[in-house]
Write a protein of this length. Structure first.
Length: 94
């Protein structure tokens, strides 16, 4: 079981990352998403959002790894399978 303090830290990192994305500060958002994932590697939302950031940056290998981690954390996570397919297409197009 995850301690309450860890849950608060995970949620805080995710909220901070989302805020940074909205402000166009992707490098800072990546740092916050990675912190959330460090605390809970299977955190679906952080993995999904980090996959999107890496996909947009053209870092397809990292994007795919995080999309797969998202699906492992929650196989029914909205749009995760579709994101994985988008990344696979991008990898084939390189």
């Amino acid at each position: 079981m995850i301690a309450v303090g860890a849950i608060v830290a995970i949620i805080g990192a995710g909220v901070s990352a989302y805020s940074q994305i909205r402000q166009g500060q992707k490098a800072e958002a990546v740092r916050h998403y990675e912190e959330a994932i460090r605390l809970r590697p299977d955190y679906p939302a952080a993995n999904f959002n980090l996959a999107v950031v890496y996909l947009e940056a053209g870092d397809y290998a990292r994007a795919l790894a995080h999309a797969q981690n998202c699906m492992r954390g929650d196989p029914r996570y909205p749009r995760a399978a579709e994101l994985g397919q988008d990344i696979q297409r991008a990898l084939r197009g390189q």
